[in-house]
Design a protein around this ligand. Structure first.
Ligand SMILES: [Zn+2]
Length: 426
């Protein structure tokens, strides 16, 4: 036990790392921007590597740019415990999303090492490449490569066509990062298959993350255990009407694509509200031709539907699709719905959930089980190993924003739960 605090981990040290990492990529509005392989992400990667090196945690990077630190187990043939999250952010995001989980992993490994404990099995911390997908609109790159969720050939093809706003491809960005040398030299988008691990190599994956919701806050609790992660259904919708002069075409002769979309949006909201659990979001709308004096002829928008119940989510999507077609038919506009991604919900593994609950009991803290509405690397890792997540209370439920905040005490307790959970699984 470390002096005075009664904790197995050193909360001050963890907090200090968190605040230091939070300065990398910090903009004028206080938000943090570290998108995959941009200059700030590279700086953050170097910071993390140095931290791992200083703690003697034998760091390395894999072909996908995932960063690892590790304590080698007495028996290297036993499947390892993996603790992780990500250090990339959205544009002008917060200091806690992702970074907290990675740094807690570092703190737990450091604490184990300092106590002179050599575990039977290897324990690793991982910082996954690009969880957010903020730069190239392509997320979960590192965990996808590691778990082999899609074939390395397909992933490489996807990365060749994923472009950032300057038209720079993911593949090029990775190649450029590899030229940083040292640990970075191993990054190789043409050898992503080498980053893939076998099922037998990992016993469990644990991730601590900020809740990004208000459940813990409303129950006045600092930390909770995640029951499962909501899957999602994503689609692009195009409504095509007729563009025309805003002054010469009468209101009854119009096929205004945007007013049709207005009605669609309200229908989507109502269907999700009445579903009993689904959430639906239209976050991106593009109006064409997009001119003040022209009736909108075409509108493209995105549709994001999530639910912990796969069945209920698909029912919500079905109802939304029917409503969009009906509204479009009534208004004489065309409606095209193109689903482009579907991810099933992933339930946490009893093995990890039980270990987390035992940690709560040991720490004499009430157990609160809650689902995750946001996707995480743990969801992707669920395809290859036992997974579990610990949530730390987010002030006001705010995330992906400069105001994202979790208190020192909450972060300390979250890391303590992680330490105890890890020790149980080792
Ligand atoms: Zn995150």
């Amino acid at each position: 036990m470390s002096e005075g605090t009664g904790l197995m981990i050193q909360a001050d040290r963890l907090w200090n790392d968190l605040m230091t990492l939070g300065k990398i990529g910090k903009g004028k509005d206080g938000g943090v921007t570290r998108t995959s392989f941009d200059s700030e992400d590279i700086k953050a990667r170097k910071f993390l590597l140095q931290l791992l090196k200083d703690a003697d945690l034998d760091p390395y990077m894999d072909e996908a740019g995932n960063i690892f630190g590790q304590i080698h187990g007495k028996n290297p043939n036993l499947p390892a415990i993996l603790i992780g999250s990500h250090i990339d952010t959205v544009h002008s995001g917060g200091r806690f999303d992702g970074a907290m989980g990675v740094l807690m992993g570092v703190e737990v490994l450091r604490s184990i090492k300092e106590k002179g404990i050599q575990p039977e099995r290897t324990v690793k911390v991982v910082s996954f490449t690009d969880e957010e997908g903020a730069r190239f609109d392509y997320a979960f790159v590192g965990s996808t490569a590691l778990s082999g969720a899609i074939s390395s050939d397909q992933l490489q093809k996807d990365l060749a066509t994923a472009l950032d706003q300057e038209g720079f491809s993911y593949l090029e960005a990775m190649k450029r990062a590899s030229m940083e040398g040292g640990y970075f030299s191993r990054i190789n988008p043409e050898e992503l298959g080498k980053a893939c691990v076998r099922k037998a190599e990992i016993k469990a994956y644990i991730e601590v993350h900020i809740e990004q919701g208000k459940v813990l806050e409303s129950r006045d609790l600092a930390v909770g255990v995640v029951s499962g992660i909501s899957g999602g259904h994503w689609a692009e919708v195009t409504i095509t009407g007729e563009a025309g002069h805003a002054g010469t075409i009468g209101m009854l002769e119009r096929k205004d694509a945007l007013t049709a979309v207005g009605e669609c949006l309200l229908a989507i909201e109502k269907i999700a509200r009445d579903s009993g659990g689904s959430v639906a979001t239209v976050g991106k709308v593009a109006v064409k031709p997009g001119s003040g004096n022209v009736i909108p002829g075409r509108v493209d928008f995105t549709l994001d539907v999530r639910d912990i119940s796969d069945e209920r989510r698909e029912l919500t999507v079905k109802k939304i699709n029917e409503a969009l077609r009906e509204i479009s038919a009534d208004r004489g506009v065309d409606c095209e719905i193109r689903p482009f991604q579907f991810i099933a919900s992933v339930m946490s593994s009893p093995l990890v959930v039980e270990a987390i609950k035992e940690a709560f009991i040991e720490l004499d803290y009430p157990i609160c089980e809650l689902p995750s509405g946001a996707a995480h690397d743990a969801m992707v890792m669920g395809g290859i190993t036992e997974i579990g997540m610990i949530f730390v209370r987010s002030r006001g439920g705010i995330s992906h924003h400069p105001d994202e905040w979790s208190s020192f005490e909450d972060v300390a307790l979250g890391c303590e739960v992680l330490y105890h959970t890890t020790m149980k699984l080792l």
